[in-house]
Each structure stands twice: as structure tokens, then as C-alpha cells.
Design a protein around this ligand. Structure first.
Ligand code: ADP
Length: 389
């Protein structure tokens, strides 16, 4: 009896032991699974945060560079790589290894010494001419120890180019204004000094003064037109514009200039209607025909023609049989104040702005303008306009 009871107790104890052990094991397994799940989530969270950081850094317009405490690159965003034209992996390299720009290396040393450097301008010539502005600072931890350096690069190239263009423009305008103005002043002084007493001389001088005053007037009108076109203040009044008739009107306006040089004006343009601002297209045609007369051949001819292109645009040309434009100057003639032959252009009363105005007007209609020329044979200017519906 006792034996049986002891046996049952022993079996019960063993069973209890296994049950308890199994329960503990199950609990431990659950905890392990929970722990793994927690770690996985933590890792995912870190990965997400890193990916977000990466997206953020790479979407920045400014170049960003982080250096660790050993001055090795820890992070370089996409804009930084683009700015310096770098395709290699930069992590772990020093600035000199990655870029070979001594001035940047010097800058990092300065940041270390001074803690921060703001608005430092760098001209990079190693990778075509580029201008960058750098803001940099040392990164410290809560104990005030140096952890690394952050550098932010702002591309100033476009701004510098615009600044240079503006300076050139102001210099050109001043020069263009000063030339007729000093002629006017000189002749007025000579007249006042006694030349007025000789009627023949006085008349000649007064004509020169009148011509230069007209030149100034033209120049100011052209400058105002350029300024209105560039600032977008000149609003286009688009309407169906019949081009053959418009060419006839331009020919009538310019016929005395053509007659003086014995130039024949030929209108070959078929009837075609553009969706355009009639006054602005008048200005384009007048400029091109006037140039063709001015720079073309005496006793030559100027022809206007055109056709509808396959993509539904109207392509118009103005052709002369003059001396032509050298190939290297063909694109440049559309730049403000560019002249192939400065003295000749001025003698002809040109402002150097005509083709620039033509280009602006055509482009504001959504068209294009270009020129072809063969030396000794002539020049043809082409432009496109949208056709009326
Ligand atoms: P400009 O007032 O000097 O005529 P434009 O802008 O109209 O200024 O023209 C720029 C330059 O292009 C002219 O100075 C001239 O040298 C050249 N050019 C323009 N049209 C012709 C042409 N049909 N044949 C030869 N050269 C031309």
C-alpha cells in the first residue's frame, strides 16, 4: 500500500517537473520570439530613419559634406557629388583624396581653429569654372568634444554669370551712349567757339549733331524694348496675322532705304496666317529686312519667303545676296551689342540690339530664330511662328 502511494507520488512529481519545465521553456521561447520581434522592429525603425535621412540629404539643393573627427568623409549627398562632378564612393576618404582642392583643405583647417566659417567663396577651376559659397562648422557632443565637421556648399555659378552679364551690359550701354553724346558735345563746342559763323560748316556740324541725337533716341528705344521683353512686361496681343500683307507694309516703310542702295525687295511669301502680335512681328520683319538692306549688296536683292512646316508651324526667311556672316559669328549676332564689324554697324546707324530684340520677340511667341550664311554669297535669317487655327 505504502509502496503504491510512494510510486504514485513519485510519478506525479516527475510529471509535475516535466510540466513545469515545459512551461518554463515555452515562456522562454515566447520571450525569445518577442525579443527577436522587438529587435527586428528596432532595426527596421533605424533603417527607416536612415533611409529617410538619405532621401532628405539627397533632395537638398545644397551640397552637404560631413567629416568625422579624423577629418575623413562620413557622408556626402548627391548635390555635393554633382557640384564637384564626383562619381566615386567618398566615405572614408580625406578631402584631399576626394577632391584635390587645396583651398578646401585649408578651409577645413580654418573651421577647426575658429569653430565655424560663414560665406566663404571659392572659385573652382579644376572642374570648369564654378563658384561655390561654403558655410562650415565644427560639430561637438554634449561634453563639448569635437565629433566632426559639417560643410554646406551653395552653387553660385549662375548668380555670378548673371552678375557678369549685367556688368558687361552696363559697360556696353555706357559706351554706346557715350559715343554719340561726346560727338554731340564736341560739335556743339566747336559751333560755340565760332564755327557757327560759317554757314556751310555750321550746317554740316548740325547735321552730324542731328544724326547722333537720332542714334541716341534709337538706342534708348531699343534699350526700353529689350528691358520690357526681358522682364516679361511686354504683353503679346495674339491675333490672326496675315503675313504676306505685313511684308508688303514693311517693304513700303523701308522702300526709300532700299532705293538709296538700289536694292530690290521681293515678297515671295505665300498667303499664310500666324497667331501672333502684329506689331511685334512687324518689328521682327522690319529689323531683318533693314539689316539685309544695310549689310547686303548695293544693287542686290532682299527676298522674304516661307512655308508651313510638317509640324504645323510657319517658317519665314529673309534672304540677301550680300557679303555674308563668318561661321563663327552666326550664333553670336543674336547677342546684345555683338557686331561682326563694329565701325560698319555704327556707320549704318545700328544699335547692336536689333537681332537680340528679334530673338526675344520670336521666342516669346514660342518660335525659334537662326541664320545661315555663305561668305560672298549672302545671308538668310529664318524664324518660326505658330500658325493661326
Ligand atoms: P546692328 O544694329 O548693328 O545692325 P543687329 O543686332 O541688328 O545690330 O545685328 C548684329 C550684327 O549682325 C550686325 O552688326 C552685323 O554685323 C550682323 N548682321 C546682321 N544682319 C546681317 C546681314 N543680313 N548680313 C551680314 N551681317 C549681318
Amino acid at each position: 500500500m505504502w509502496f503504491a502511494l510512494t510510486l504514485i507520488l513519485a510519478v506525479a512529481l516527475v510529471a509535475l517537473h516535466f510540466w513545469w519545465r515545459e512551461k518554463l521553456l515555452a515562456q522562454s521561447r515566447r520571450q525569445t520570439v518577442e525579443m527577436e520581434e522587438f529587435q527586428r522592429k528596432q532595426q527596421q525603425h533605424t533603417l527607416d530613419a536612415k533611409a529617410q535621412q538619405q532621401v532628405l540629404f539627397n533632395s537638398m539643393l545644397e551640397g552637404l559634406l560631413l567629416l568625422d573627427k579624423n577629418k575623413k568623409i562620413y557622408l556626402a549627398n548627391r548635390a555635393f557629388k554633382n557640384l564637384f562632378g564626383l562619381k566615386i564612393e567618398l566615405r572614408g576618404r580625406t578631402m584631399m583624396e576626394a577632391l584635390r582642392v587645396h583651398e578646401l583643405d585649408e578651409l577645413v583647417k580654418r573651421v577647426e581653429a575658429e569653430g565655424q566659417v560663414f560665406e566663404h567663396e571659392l572659385k573652382l577651376t579644376e572642374f570648369s569654372e564654378r563658384w561655390v559659397q561654403v558655410n562650415a562648422a565644427v560639430i561637438t557632443n554634449s561634453a563639448g568634444e569635437r565629433e566632426g565637421t559639417i560643410l554646406v556648399f551653395h552653387d553660385l555659378t549662375r548668380l555670378k554669370q548673371l552678375e557678369r552679364q549685367r556688368e558687361e551690359f552696363v559697360a556696353n550701354v555706357s559706351h554706346e551712349l557715350r559715343t554719340p553724346l561726346s560727338l554731340i558735345k564736341g560739335y556743339v563746342e566747336t559751333l560755340l567757339d565760332g564755327a557757327r559763323n560759317n554757314p556751310e560748316v555750321a550746317e554740316r556740324f548740325l547735321k552730324i549733331i542731328e544724326r547722333n541725337a537720332n542714334r541716341l533716341d534709337l538706342l534708348i528705344q531699343d534699350l526700353l524694348a529689350i528691358s520690357a521683353l526681358e522682364s516679361g512686361k511686354m504683353k503679346l496681343e495674339l491675333q490672326p496675322t496675315e503675313l504676306h500683307a505685313l511684308v508688303e507694309k514693311v517693304f513700303t516703310d523701308l522702300h526709300s532705304r532700299a532705293d538709296n542702295k538700289g536694292v530690290r525687295l521681293v515678297n515671295e511669301l505665300p498667303a499664310m496666317t500666324a497667331k501672333a502680335d502684329v506689331n511685334r512681328v512687324d518689328q521682327v520683319l522690319a529689323n531683318l529686312v533693314d539689316n539685309a538692306i544695310k549689310y547686303g549688296r548695293a544693287q542686290g536683292s532682299v527676298t522674304v519667303g516661307g512655308e508651313k512646316t510638317d509640324d504645323g508651324k510657319l517658317e519665314i526667311f529673309v534672304r540677301d545676296d550680300g557679303p555674308g556672316i563668318p561661321a563663327e559669328a552666326l550664333d553670336r549676332v543674336f547677342e546684345r551689342f555683338y557686331r561682326v564689324d563694329k565701325a560698319r554697324s555704327r556707320d549704318q546707324g545700328g544699335t547692336g540690339l536689333g537681332l537680340s530684340i528679334v530673338k526675344h520677340i520670336v521666342q516669346s511667341h514660342g518660335g525659334e530664330v537662326w541664320a545661315k550664311s555663305e561668305l560672298g554669297k549672302g545671308t538668310t535669317f529664318f524664324f518660326t511662328l505658330p500658325a493661326a487655327a
